[in-house]
Each structure stands twice: as C-alpha cells, then as structure tokens.
Ligand binder design. Structure first.
Ligand code: SAM
Length: 221
C-alpha cells in the first residue's frame, strides 16, 4: 500500500536532504529543485516510508533498489538535461529517477528488465499521470525502436560500455553509465562528438546492482 500524502514533515525532511546534497557537492539548482519537489516517500512501500529522505538506497522488491539520492543527483547533474531532451533511462526500478528527469524537462523513455517492477511502476506512475514511456526488456541493448537519444542514463552497474548505447546516441549526446565489477563501479560520462570521436570522463566510485542482459552480467550475483 503506497502512502500518497505529502506533509510539512516530509517537506522539511526533503529540504534537509537537499541541503545535504549541496554540502556533498551537487551544484545544479534545477536538479536540487526537482529533488525538493518530488516526494520520494511516494516511491517507497509504507514500511520504509520514514527512511525516504535518508541519503541511502533502499529495497524496492525483486532484489532491486531505489538509488541513493546523491547518486540520482550526481547522475542527473552529469546528464545536463535540457528542456525537450529525448532521454533513455536503463533500469526503471521505482520510477524515481525517471520522474526527476521528467521534472527537468526531458521526454523520458525508461526500460526495465524485471517484469514485475516494470508492471508495478508503470501502473503507479500512470495513475499519477506522470508521462513517462515504459518498456520491458534488456536495456543493455538500448531501445532501438525509439533511438536516437539526446541523453542515455544507465542506473545499474555495467561490466563494459555497451556499443549499442553509443550507436543510439545523437551526435552531441551524453551517456552516463557506471562501469566496473560487481562490487564497485566508476561513474563514466561519454560525450559523442562525432560518429568516431567519443570524449570519456570518469568520476568517483559507486555501488549499483548489476546491469543484466546481453551486454551486462549474466546472473544477479
Ligand atoms: N532508476 C531506479 C530508480 O529510480 O528507482 C533505480 C534502479 S536500480 C538501482 C537498477 C534497475 O536496473 C533495477 O530495477 C534492475 O532490475 C534494472 N536492470 C538491470 N539490468 C537491466 C537491463 N539489462 N535492462 C533494463 N533494466 C535493468
């Protein structure tokens, strides 16, 4: 059962979370505003509701997690979302990151591998009238039917940068993806300057659940 009431207590907790994210180095005011606007507790099961504004990842079922707010903010900042950007998110999960990208002005296409999470999140966000396009499938291959994209964000840890994602990016587009082993991944930002020239930047280490599928890990552990 989801609790969809936003209260002064929740708003205060959200404000405190945003201040913490600022202290941790997030500078993009649009990203901070989106986090301050969106009730993260809506995306939690009632039992965990009181933890929704801690800067932590939490279980959302099917062995998956809603990412830590700092991670959502960091990836969103790197993605540099512009109004009208066509964005592919790989790993819908709870739908929280996808909704933040929508609030930032993106047209969001989000693909999820786990059928139960896909169904649950699609139903929930459709009920809230949040206009995200949902797909079920292996996002390690991108989503060719809707390509090309201005931005692609991967919210699960990948063993390599899948070639399909670079192919599906427009010239000038940005791919943000955590790459590494199963325990720790380096956050990467790849900017497609031309068909052949990709600028690659790497940032701190994060710990994501594994990206599964053809260009991901073969098993969950
Ligand atoms: N973005 C999510 C949110 O805001 O709640 C959190 C994502 S969770 C850390 C990672 C998600 O990636 C999980 O829901 C997992 O099932 C999904 N995933 C893993 N491999 C995938 C793949 N190949 N294609 C699509 N989704 C995948």
């Amino acid at each position: 059962m989801l609790k969809l009431e936003d209260t002064y207590r929740h708003k205060g907790q959200r404000n405190a979370l945003v201040n913490l994210l600022r202290q941790k180095g997030i500078k993009n005011e649009a990203v901070l505003d989106a986090i301050n606007t969106l009730p993260r507790h809506f995306f939690f099961d009632t039992a965990l509701d009181s933890h929704a504004y801690e800067d932590k990842a939490f279980p959302i079922g099917e062995g998956q997690t809603i990412s830590q707010p700092f991670t959502v903010a960091f990836q969103s900042e790197l993605l540099d979302v512009r109004h009208g950007d066509k964005i592919l998110e790989i790993g819908t999960g709870s739908g929280y990151q996808a909704t933040i990208l929508h609030l930032l002005g993106g047209t969001v296409h989000s693909i999820e591998y786990q059928i139960k999470l896909y169904e649950k999140t699609k139903k929930f966000l459709t009920k809230l009238a949040i206009p995200i396009h949902f797909y079920h499938g292996d996002g390690s291959q991108g989503l060719p039917s809707q390509a090309p994209y201005d931005k692609i964000i991967v919210t699960a840890g990948a063993p390599v940068v899948p070639n399909a994602l670079l192919h599906q990016l427009k010239i000038g587009g940005i791919l943000v993806i955590p790459v590494g082993d199963r325990k720790s991944q380096k956050m990467m930002k790849l900017t497609k300057k031309t068909e052949k020239q990709i600028i690659q930047e790497s940032f701190d280490n994060f710990a994501f659940v594994p990206l599964l599928g053809a260009d991901g890990w073969k098993t969950n552990r």
